[in-house]
Design a binder for this molecule. Sequence first.
Ligand SMILES: Nc1ncnc2c1ncn2[C@@H]1O[C@H](COP(=O)(O)OP(=O)(O)OP(=O)(O)O)[C@@H](O)[C@H]1O
Ligand SMILES: [Mg+2]
Length: 268
Amino acid sequence: MRVVAVANQKGGVGKTTTAVNLAAAAAELGWRTLLIDADAQANATSALGVRSSGSYLYDVLLGQAALAGCIVSSPWPRLDVVPSSMDLVAAEMELATRPEREYVLRAALSEVTAPYDLTLIDCGPSLGLMTLNALTASDAVIAPVQCEYLALEGLSALLETIRRVQSHLHPGLCLLGVVATMYDGRTRLSQDVAAELKSHISSIFDTIIPRSIRLSEAPSHQRPIIDYAPRSRGAEAYRELTQELLSRLATLPSSTLYRSGAVDGVSV
Ligand SMILES: Nc1ncnc2c1ncn2[C@@H]1O[C@H](COP(=O)(O)OP(=O)(O)OP(=O)(O)O)[C@@H](O)[C@H]1O
Ligand SMILES: [Mg+2]
């Protein structure tokens, strides 16, 4: 199993949209996929219309439940979800006094025996203990960046965070790539920011996610874009990004954190 966090401490840059749609597209391609909603806003949970089984990530973080008990299936084949709820905020505070408090999610994930090939973690817009738990539980990070003014400044804060996590908590964490989101080809600003990202960030994904009404509508219909508007530009972009994600994952050494799964006989 590979675990990838979708993170950026800046709010509203497309983390949830990216996590939900990558998870759905990976599942469509045959990957047994788990999406963990690690944000108390629970946007990924509501975007897929899933409901908790009654066991919450909150209880897992406090050592009172197993992660497996929080997993619910989604209406889409091969896509399961760990839903979130508001009380994650409380869990974060209570976690503060626990030993090994940055590694609780990693420990809980390593006990999941269901054979997932890919786990995606949707992080909230903060650098609290929940996000640190998500990063220490991950093999790699994807960082969405909105094509807007000061995009690069926001990104340098994120890269600094990743470096700190690497040096203090999880040396094996890898930045898989930066993805430019909400690109509006009609504006000079979007074009300039996308060009700047391409020239400064070596890990930038070739796929650029366009600004699209369809993408912003899909969550209110509780469907991923590949189901809500399968032939839209947004759906195509997320399918392409998923291909890029999977091929980048294939170049990483096998997970040091978790047992490997297999997709079509290829170890992942
Ligand atoms: N490519 C896009 N085109 C149009 N709207 C988008 C696109 N990506 C995201 N949005 C919309 O922008 C808003 C913010 O996106 P999203 O929730 O994915 O960001 P986020 O980084 O997860 O936010 P937060 O930091 O609050 O968790 C949402 O209303 C979403 O529907
Ligand atoms: Mg979000």
